[in-house]
Structures are given as C-alpha cells and as structure tokens.
Ligand binder design. Structure first.
Ligand code: GLN
Length: 491
C-alpha cells in the first residue's frame, strides 16, 4: 500500500515508530494532488510550502511521534478560516479575503499534530448538493469523473476519496457531510449540534450548521473526532459535555443493538440499487445479532419543506454582512452607498445564493412570518418529537444517506427542487440536532459507492460509531479503498 492510501491509524503507527516522517506523509498527499487533482479539482488552494514547513517542524520538535494526529495530512473545506490563507466560501464576493484568525476546529486538529495541506471546493456558501454551485468550477467524483461528488462539501469528500488527504473537514447544515461522503465512498460524520465549535466557520444557517470529519474508515473518524470535539469559549453554542474516547467501543459486535428503521419514510424515494444495498446490509446486521425494529417518523416528510424556509431565513440574515464594506469584493461600478451594497451583491453572489437570500427575506417579512417561518418552526418541533419517540424503541436509526448514487454533472442543475431532494434523508437529522454518519455499504453495478446513514441520540456518538464500525465490517464495500483512477475527463 502506498503512503497516501494508509488509514490514519496505520499512518500514525508508522510515524510513531519513526518508520515514516511527517514530511514523507505530507509529500505523499501533495504528490497525489499533483497526480489527480487536475481532473478532480477538489482543492481551491494547496498550502504546499506551509505544509512542508510544518511537517519539518513537527519532526524537529519530536511531537509528530507523540501527538494523536502527528503528521497526518488534512484538508479543510473553504468555509473555515485558516489564518493568513485565502478563505473564499466558493464565492466571488469574498474575493481575496484572508481571515486574521483560525477556526477552532482547524486549530484543534493542528494542536493534535495534523498538517493542513489545503482548502477544498464547495457549493457557494455551502448551498447545494453537488459542488456545481462553486464560483471556481465544479469538483468531479473521483469514482467517475462525469459525475458529481455530492455537496456542499464535495471537495473535502473527493480529496479523501482520491487519497489526496487522510482526513478532511466539512460542514453539514442539511446533509453536506453525509451526502458527499455517500457519493464518494468515504465515511462522513455530522456530530451532535454543539459538539464541535463553529468559531471560524462562515455561518450559513446557525441553528443547523455543524462541522465534522471525512475519513476512509470509522476508526479514523473516531480519531479525528477525539481531537475535534469539546466546549470552546469562543462559541457560545458549543456544549459543555464530556468528550469520551470515541474509539473505545469500535470493536464491540452488533449483538443486541436495536436498529430502528422508518420504513414508511424510506418508502418510495429510493433508487433500486440504493435500496438493494440498504436491505442487504440490514440483513447482514441481523445475522450478526442486531435487533431490527420498525419506527415511525411521521413528520419527517415535511422536513425538506421546513428546512428550506428555516435555512433560507437564517442565511438571508447571515449573508447580510457581505455588503462590500467589510470583506472581499466591492463593486467598482458603485456611485453611491446604496450602489455599493446592491452592485457588490449582484456581482458577488451566484444564482443559488441569490435565490436563497430572496426566499429567506420573503419568509421573514411582515405578513408572511406566521404563514411560513412560524409554521416551519412548528414542524421542526414535531420532527424533534418524532425522533425522541423513535429512540424509545431503538439505539440508532438507519436510513439510506442519499436516495441515489452519484448523478451526472449537469443533470440536476436546471431544477432546484430535484437537487434539494438529495437531502430528504439527511435534513431531518439537522432539524433535530442529532448526530449522523454515512458509511459506505456497497457499490452499484456502475461501480458507484452507496452510503448507509445511521442516526444517534444527542451526544451519543460513541454508540453511533460503534454501530457504524459494525456495519463497516459487514458491508459489501472495500473498507479504506481509494477511488480507482478513472479514464480522464469525458468530453
Ligand atoms: N444541500 C443542502 C442545501 O443546499 C444542505 C447544504 C448543507 O448541508 N450545507 O442547503
């Protein structure tokens, strides 16, 4: 196995023993970027010199051998701040913006010894499910370059899938970690709301946003979460809940685990290949001794509609700060103060972002607030209650992550609703603030990855990861696989 294919766990063993140096580890990732990123375009910015300097410093200080993520190359979604480097959010409006500080999540990985090798592509301001809404070009799925990697954290998922980083960070507001993880054949975790500090994450919808890792195995995800989680004084919404060792229960079997399946919700939304793979994995879990029970999530079907009211409302407020005065781009055509706002925003934002700001402003406006925003909040409360009732009967809930495997680039760009439907199974989890994970569970006939989603109780990532590790062992997917090199960009 080449260095860039190693799991974090194995890479750490070799670095700790001195067999591999941090510089070799980061150079292997950078070489893989050179080899594959011309086709995949996962990265918006590669921090080659910084990464190599940091690798050398880690080796010289000796800390690479002892720190839990010492020498591990990681990539960061480009909506998280890394001091002194570009942070674009995939938007022209941020232009050449360089934040003067580093996001806590990134700082925690660095404190644990990780090496940031670059920033990854995303749908503009994390709004999308395919990474086609980036102002800086699309990212391609490493398993099939004609297809989308999912989104909005498509660059982070593709980077890990193609072996260009051992782990990466994404953000998940309605599915943006889990859905691209499923489409790219990697593990993606959305922790419980409040588990990970969002200080330094550019806000999209603050009551839903959460940061989490992409890795090529569940064990690696647990290792990254160990470094990432915990209270942060800089983020009042981060929770003071103890952080256990998330690797502690990974070896336990699936015996007597109660897996709840909302069959009615799962219903008809699903592609046959995804359904077949889901059913096979659940049958295999039963053979391992898991108890499969039916649960109801009667209001989950309304999650998508509620989400697109609440997320857009919050986005319209959060994005008001991009006014041409404080950050990045300012229109050179502006003649008056009003013009500075209007023309900057007109030039700086893409179509999807404008659509959401308009819708969000509308649902919050006088006369419509009660009809839309308030009702959506009520639906959210009902969904929270549905999950609470379901968890009386089970320890985790299983669903497909995404209704289909990776779709062709361009296939859904003309129809926003079709694109939004990608997240039908992931959005209710954000509305309820619960932790969720996507684990690869199979390959379609076209050799496209399929993801299984597991949902846990709030702050019970330990059980979530334990069950995910059990599923990973029985799934018909080559755990840890780097996506095979495909033929080159189809014309
Ligand atoms: N695809 C969803 C949206 O477009 C979710 C995005 C996300 O989780 N950031 O809003």
């Amino acid at each position: 196995m080449s260095l860039h294919e190693l799991s974090i766990a194995e890479l750490r063993r070799r670095i700790a023993s001195g067999e591999v140096t941090p510089l070799e580890a980061s150079d292997a990732a950078l070489a893989q970027i050179d080899a594959r990123d011309r086709d995949v375009h996962a990265f918006l910015d590669v921090h080659k010199d910084r990464a190599r300097a940091r690798a050398k410093a880690l080796a010289e200080s000796g800390t690479a051998k002892t720190l839990p993520l010492g020498g591990v190359p990681v990539a960061i979604k480009d909506n998280m701040c890394v001091e002194g480097t570009l942070t674009t959010c995939g938007s022209k409006i941020l232009g050449k913006y360089q934040p003067p500080y580093t996001a806590t999540a990134v700082a925690r990985l660095q404190d644990a010894g990780a090496i940031v090798i670059g920033k990854t592509n995303l749908d503009e301001f994390a709004m999308g499910s395919s990474t086609e809404n980036s102002a800086f070009g699309v990212t391609r799925n490493p398993w099939d370059l004609a297809r989308a990697p999912g989104g909005s954290s498509g660059g982070s998922a593709a980077a890990v899938a193609a072996g260009m980083a051992a782990a990466s960070l994404g953000s998940d507001t309605g599915g943006s970690i889990r859905q691209p993880a499923a489409l790219c054949g990697v593990v993606g975790v959305k922790p419980t709301y409040g588990r990970v500090s969002r200080y330094g994450l550019v806000a999209f919808a603050s009551s839903l946003d959460q940061i989490g890792p992409f890795t090529r195995s569940v064990e690696d995800a647990a290792l990254v979460l160990n470094a990432l989680c915990g209270k942060d004084q800089m983020d009042a919404s981060s929770a003071s809940v103890p952080v256990p060792d998330f690797t502690s229960e990974l070896d336990r079997s699936l015996k007597s685990v109660r897996i709840g399946i909302p069959w009615t919700f799962l219903g008809s939304h699903v592609d046959p290949a995804v359904r077949a793979s889901f059913d096979r994995t659940i049958e295999a879990a039963k053979r391992e001794g898991a108890d499969v029970v039916e649960v109801a999530l009667p209001n989950a079907d309304f999650g998508l509609a509620a989400y697109y009211i609440l997320a857009n409302a919050e986005a319209s407020a959060n994005l008001a700060r991009f006014d041409g005065i404080r950050y990045g781009h300012r229109s050179p055509r502006a003649q008056s103060l009003y013009d500075v706002y209007a023309k900057t925003r007109e030039e700086g934002f893409g179509r999807e972002v404008k659509r959401r700001v308009l819708l969000g402003t509308y649902v919050l406006s006088a006369g419509y607030y009660d009809a839309y925003y308030r009702r959506a909040q009520q639906v959210r409360s009902l969904i929270i209650r549905d999950f609470a009732e379901a968890f009386q009967k089970c320890d985790v809930i299983a669903l497909p992550t995404s209704p289909t495997p990776a779709f062709k680039l361009g296939d859904k760009t003309d129809d926003p609703i079709l694109m939004y439907l990608n997240d039908v199974f992931t959005i209710p989890v954000n509305l309820a603030g619960l932790p969720g994970i996507s684990v690869p569970c199979g390959l379609s006939k076209e050799k496209l990855p399929i993801g299984l989603q597991l949902i846990g109780r709030a702050f019970d990532e330990t059980t979530l990861l334990r069950v995910a590790a059990g599923m990973e062992r029985i799934a018909e997917f080559p755990t840890g696989a780097v996506a095979p090199v495909s033929k080159g960009i189809p014309t």
